[in-house]
Design a protein around this ligand. Sequence first.
Ligand code: BGC
Length: 731
Amino acid sequence: MDIKKIISQMTLEEKLSMLGGRDGWHFYGVERLGIPDVRVCDGPHGVRVHREKAEEYDPATNFPTASALASTFNEDLLRLTGETIGKECRHYGIQVLLGPGVNGKRSPLAGRNFEYYSEDPYLSGKMAAAFINGVQSQKVGTSLKHYIANEQENSRLFISSKVDERTLHELYLTPFEMAIKEANPWTIMGSYNRINGVYGCENEHTLMNILKGQLKYDGLVVSDWGAVNDKIESHKHGLDIQMPGPVEITERLRQAVLSSEITMANLDDHVERCLRLNERVFKQGQTIDIDLDKNHKIAQEVARESIVLLKNDKILPLKKNSKVALIGRFADDQVRYNGGGSSWMKAYKIERPLEAISSRAKVIYAAAYDQEKTTPKLTQAALSAAANSKTVVFFTGTTASMESEGFDRSSINLPKQHLELLKKIHKVNPNIVVVLNNGAALDLREVLPYAKAVVEAWLLGSAAGEPIAEILFGEVNPSGKLSETFPLQLEHTPAYGNFPGLGDEIVYTEGLLTGYRHYDFRKLEVMAPFGFGLSYTSFKLSKPRLSKTVIEHDETVDIRFDVTNIGKREGSEVVQLYVKDKVSYLLRPEKELRGFKKVHLKVGETKTVTMTLGQRDFAYYVPHLGRFVVESGEFDLIIGTSSRDITSITPIQVNSPDKVRPHLTLEYPYTQWIRYPHEKTQVEKLIEMTHKPQWWEAEPPLSRWLNNLKHELNWSEEKLSEIKKMLMEEE
Ligand code: BGC
């Protein structure tokens, strides 16, 4: 497609029409020039296929939600998930999938946490990149969302997220940046909220300076549905398409272009991005056939690896054909497989754990509750099932009205009546396995004392019944690891007391210290750390061997170590590499994830893992320099099987010419100036000139002493400013 030529043939009206959707789910093409419309549909855990006319949907495969997907720590599976969803999009004639989401997790209360990968930006970035590469390998576009600082649901349409530049770059931008560099999503969705006072869809700094400038993003920026506050401001500052349509071409918009308030070059850039998307997606050609049963099996494979075993007091795996009381409707007709809101979709086939478990054991089933509520009769039946069985498998979690897009959670507790029931069951049969269905961290203080095992089964998609049963009965060895920390209690969480906030501004006061960065820094105990998950076997990690023990800032280092399965079953371990900067000018977290690998091992088998670290892995963002910087010094390379199960710490020296220090002004005292060689020389020149060294031993600002000197030595104003200029001379 000759994009430039097409643009030159387009009328102003055709160009303007491209800036808004044709309807809720189509971007405009240019009919006259044979450029078709682009059809978009929600995701990201599967495609929500709207029939063209009615509010009806076609079936598709519903994969686990993002927090579960990230718990696989398996990039290949994420790619496969993306590829499969991409194929289903092609089958249904859909050109862009609206996902994935990579917003951060300031608080476990955030309503959409289930739809975002992780509290850690590196893990989120890797997961998003693999997923996008999968979808786009099918010539189907993605829409990486929600750009940016959209970490809550309450007040999302107007709240201003006040976030400092360093936190923005290191935590919230990193997953977008990684996904752009490693997978280049063909569209990005601008968020509803404001960022430091300016709406996400009209924010010059985040859209133009960072996204299209610094990150050189060449795709299309689409607004979240209804996120445009002012059309002109949006198109002036980087938004390409306003959704949903139909969007009227207002006289104001036309005049803005005619008067060059929006320049023709700017308008053409928007159009060029629309056409580039068109060119990319229409390479997909004819629709293709799909096999939903085969895809269902792929979703099972993903679900298996998403499950995290949180506790196992020698009760799992369960014995086949044993007597099991299966309690809770989440195992049957109220199965929790997805979160609420725009990611809801029509799942092809919803597996019920009841069926899968019944095919492996003698099950006495008790419904026990209807969503959050139980009744004396339901409780009685559950207690009698428990009393008459060897083991109890109790399904609990969040209900749809507790966890969804559109609102934040009010607590991280399980439904009160579920917990009361659990305690009662414990009295009649303490052999309890709890299976959790939830999209984000929970307070488990009232679960752990009453459960011998706890299985985190997330919102696991529509193919989850079999995978849960396979884990319970030991046909599959659990290998998922938590993509977010489970705190002991809400009061320990990073943004506690400052989430979701009142008024129209939310200040990200916790800064960089979210997730494990916060718990590590404050030395808080947690219920289950980031990266944690048990297995039915055990592993041993050797001490690492480094390719170099001293590197220059622009070199890489390889870290090699062996992982051995020393238990009695085949299984997979997720090994994790964190980096700690031992001395830094600005505060840095205790450690940060910079690599991970999932290794599958037979009994007794050993495999060697290699991870490579480069410049960015040692760097942090320095606001007054406006870029990522490596500071010379010693770093620790921390290897472990969770953020708290550390197997080795190895130092490495990194040399760098970069200096991180304050931008010294004359308001800093002598004692600060002499800490830095260049400034020291400057101030020494002054001492030499004035022969007044004794003055410089004091703490007050340099400017005060300069004024004293002026009077004492009768300097003119010109002389004083000359001297000030000399002091401030750059290196
Ligand atoms: C959500 C987006 C979604 C869009 C279209 C919005 O409310 O925030 O994630 O893609 O609706 O359904």
